[in-house]
Design a protein around this ligand. Structure first.
Ligand code: AMP
Length: 208
């Protein structure tokens, strides 16, 4: 099963992807995580990405498409995957359609004030990348691996503003492109509430 999750920064794509990944044994492919790993490694791609991520800009389509293609060749993707953060532009969506056929496209709808509150208190595990939120009682170490929780540089308010602008600019053509298949999901309260309708849809497909 191949799933795409769309939504603004902080709409909960990562958290939903973690949940689906656990229940349906599909890998979560976060292009943001792939880029952060390249930055850590200090690769050529990482150097280009570092500068753009720190400003809240997105990286060029050809660079991210190349990295995604590499990642999808991995054996863990053989039975499907969850794309969290890809595609972000119409060009990426078109490239994806040439790579594979997607089964489900979910769009997470979240009020801006919820997003701002989430991003202010979002913390990421330095070691395994798991997403936590201080509002939901997370402390300063990861519930998964015990690693340190840190705030992403691009979750700081001035960068968040730019990330929103970039999202707004790119999302309309994507919504149009996926119109016939897009499933809209409210993501404003708990993960359980967001996940319930998604789970239903996915279970139906698995039962077939
Ligand atoms: P995320 O972890 O999904 O919030 O992504 C963090 C940052 O990585 C974004 O703000 C972009 O700069 C970059 N990024 C992630 N995915 C993509 C993509 N599909 N296309 C371009 N840039 C991306």
């Amino acid at each position: 099963m191949k799933i795409v999750l769309l939504g603004a920064p902080g709409s909960g794509k990562g958290t939903l992807a973690q949940q689906i990944s656990q229940d349906f044994a599909l890998p979560q492919i976060s292009t943001g995580d792939i880029l952060r790993a390249e930055i850590k490694k200090g690769s050529e791609c990482g150097k280009i990405a570092d500068n753009l991520l720190s400003k809240g800009e997105i990286v060029p389509d050809d660079l991210i498409i190349k990295l995604l293609k590499q990642r999808l060749k991995n054996i863990d993707c053989a039975n499907g995957y969850i794309l969290d953060g890809f595609p972000r532009t119409l060009q990426q969506a078109k490239a994806l359609s040439k790579i594979t056929q997607i089964d489900f496209v979910f769009f997470l709808e979240t009020p801006v004030k919820t997003i701002i509150a989430r991003l202010e208190t979002r913390r990421i595990c330095e070691k395994c990348g798991r997403v936590h939120n201080l509002r939901l009682g997370s402390k300063d170490s990861c519930e998964n691996c015990g690693g340190n929780l840190i705030q992403r540089e691009d979750d700081k308010p001035d960068i968040v503003e730019r990330r929103f602008e970039v999202f707004e600019k790119n999302i309309s053509p994507l919504k149009e492109y996926y119109k016939p298949v897009m499933i809209y999901v409210e993501s404003k309260d708990s993960i359980e509430q967001t996940y319930a309708p998604v789970k239903k849809v996915l279970e139906k497909k698995v039962e077939k």
